[in-house]
Design a protein around this ligand. Sequence first.
Ligand code: DGJ
Length: 765
Amino acid sequence: MGFFIGGNMAILVNEAERIITLQTKTATYQMKADEWGTLWHTYYGTKTAEDDLSYACFMRTRGHTANPYETGMQHREYSLETIPQEVSAFGGGDFRTTALRVRFANGTETLRLKYESFEVRKGKYGLPGLPAAYDETGDAETLIIRLSDPEYPIAVELYYGVFAEADVITRAMRVVNQGDEPFYLEKAASLGLDFAHGDFDLITFPGRWAKERVPERLQLRHGMNSVGSLRGLSSAQENPSAILLDRAATETSGEAYGFAFVYSGDFLLEAERDTYNGIRLLVGIHPDHFEWKLEKNGSFTTPEAMMTYSDTGISGISLRFHRFINEHIIRGKWKTARRPVLINNWEGTYFRFTGEKLIEMARAAKKAGVELFVLDDGWFGKRDDDRSGLGDWTPNEAKLGCTLAELGDRIRETGLEFGLWFEPETISEDSDLYRAHPDWAVKVPGKAPDLSRYELLLDVSRTEVQDHLIAELSARIREGKLAYLKWDLNRSMTDRYTASLPADRQGEMTHRFMLGTYRIMEALRTEFPELLIEGCSSGGARFDAGMLCYTPQIWTSDDTDAIERLFIQYGTSMIYPVKTMGAHVSAVPNHQTGRSTSMKTRSTVAMSGTFGYELDPTKLEEEEIAEMRAEIDTFKALYDLLQNGDYYRLVPPTSDSCTVWEQAAKDGSRALVNVVYHAVRPCPLSEHFRVQGLKDEWNYRISLVDPADSEKLDNRQKALFDGSIASGLALRTVGLYAPVQSLFRGKSGVTDYPAFQILIEKTDR
Ligand code: DGJ
C-alpha cells in the first residue's frame, strides 16, 4: 500500500486504500473513500495511527433505511443514513440534516456525491474576498478533496487547512457548475463532522444586548439541536461557535471538540443526534434567505470554519483557539505590537461635547498615562442624538469648533494618538446621503422598512456603495491622521432586498452584504496598515473569528459594569483570547447597572481585555487619576503575561462569591491569578483553585501585585500571599484558596467587590 506524505507529515494518504489521515499535534482526523465512492469520515479524536479506522464505524442492516441503487440488491446494510460522511448531500437516503443542497435546472434537489481525487499543497489555502486563517510559520498544509455527482454536472471541492502544531483544522467548500444550465445552491455548510457514536453535550453561547455569550451546556437530545442567526450579523443572541463535549468532560478533563465559524453574517450551527445515537455537526451560512445562482462554470466558495480537539476538556479548546486566533487569524502590526491604552468619550459625554471638552478630557487622561483618545458617536453630520446623521461622515465643525485635521493635531499635542468612531454600514433617513441616494438603503420597494435605533442599513452588497464608503473613510483617516477606528453596527438586517440583483438572485444579498463589508475593511487595512480597527456592534453583537481577521479587537459588550463583565468575559474566553476583548474602566455608579465597584476591581477586569477607559477624566479627583496611573503602570508591566499568557478559568462567576482566572507564561516561569468578588456575602465560601501552566519541579514565590492588598487579609492569608514559596507541583495539586477580605466590620468601603492580583514567579529558592 502506497503512502503519499505531505511536507510535515500532517497529511498522510494511502492511495491504494483511499484513506487520508490528518495528523495534528494531539489529534487524528481520518476519511476513507469506499468502493462506491462514498467518502467516509472514520475518526476525529485523540492522536492515533494511520490504520484504516473505518472498522470502528459499525454497519448493519437497519429496517426502513434506503440503500443506494448500486449497493441495494446485495448490501441492505449499506445506507447513507448510517454512514458517517465527510460531506453529506440532500435528496438520497441520508435523512439527516445535510451539508449540501442544490436545485438543478429541472427542479430536482437530489444529489449523490462520489469521491474523485485529492491534492495536497504546501501552506494554507486562501479564500479570496473572505476572511480566513493564514500561516506564516510553515505549520500549515492544504488538502483538497474533489467529488462529483455521476449524473449531474456539479463538482465539489472540500478544502482542509491542517495546522499541525496549532492542533487546528480549517474547512471550507467550493461548488462548481460544470453544466450549461444554471443551478441554485440552497445550502452549503462549511464544515460537517459525523460521529458514529458518542454521548455528547453541546455548549453554545446565547445572550442578548449587554449580556453576550452566556455559556449554556445542554445534553444533546435526539433530533436537531441548533443555534443560528438570521439577523444579517453573527449576533449577540447566539455566537457562531460551540463546544461539543463528552457528557463526563469538565473544564479541565475529558474529550471536547471546538468549532468556530470564520464569518460574521447569518449562520446555522446544527448538531443532530440520530436515532442510532450518531451525531452530525454542521456549521455554515444559514440556508434561510440564502440561495446562490451558479451560471455555467460559476462557483461558490463558502466561508471557512475551524475545529479543534482536546482531551483536557473545555480549557484545552480555549487554549488551542486562543493561540490559533492570535497566531493565524489576527493579522498585521497589531498581531504583536502592544495595543495602546485608550480612552473613549462615549460614557463620558455621550453626544454632548465640544472640541474644547474633548481636549480637556485628553489632557486629563494623559496625566494618568493613557495613550489614545477615541472620539465616539456624534462628531459628524447632524448628529446630536441617534435619530439622524448616519451616512454623512462630514465632520461637524460647528460642534467641534475646528476641522477634523485641527482636532487631531490638538489631541496629539496633548500627547495622545487620535481615533474616531464610524458606523459605516448604516444610514439615517434624515441624512444628506439618504436624500441623495434613497435606493442605497436596505428596504423593499413599496414597503415601509423596519427601523432599529431609528436607522436603516446601507446596501453594502453594492459595489458603488462600497466604493463610496472606502473613499469617505479613507479621507477621514487621512484628515484626522487616525491611529484607530471604531467600526460600529447598531442594527440587524430586515427588509432584505437589493436593487442591484434580479428577482432570482435576491437570496444572494445577505452574503454579498457581508462580502462588501469585508471588502471595505480589507481596502482600509491595505491602505492603512498601521491603523488599529476595533470592531463593535452595539457592544458584542458581531464578535466572531471572521471580524477578527480585520479588527484585532472587538468591543465585547456595552455593559461596562465590572461584575457583569466577569460573566461576559468568562463566556467569551471559552473561544476568544484576551487580546480580542475590548474592555474599559467606566465611571461609578455604572451607567448600565447603577453598581459601584472600586477602581482596582474595574481595572483588574478590564486588564484581562484590551484595557482602556470610558469616562470623563476631568471629573476625577487627583487621587483617582493617581490610581489610574498606577493601574496603567501595572498593566504595562504585566502586559505580556496578561495579553499573551495561556488563559485558564479557575473559578467560574457562577460560584458562591468570587471569580478566579489566570494567565500563565508559556514557559511556566510565572503566572498571574486574578480574583474578583462578584457577590457580597457575610460568610463567603472559600473558593479553591489549582494553579495551571507551571512546572511541577520549579519553586514559585507567591505575592500580591499590590502589596497594600495584604492589609485586607487576615494574618494567616497575609503570610501566604506575602512572599511565601511553593512548588509548581503543590500549586497544581493542592492548589490555593482565594484571598478573602476580612469580614465586614462596620468599616465603609469593604463591600465594594474586592479584587486581588496574585503574582506567582519562579524562584531559585
Ligand atoms: C454602540 C456602541 O457599542 C457604543 O460603544 C457606542 O459606540 C454607541 N454605539 C454609539 O452610538
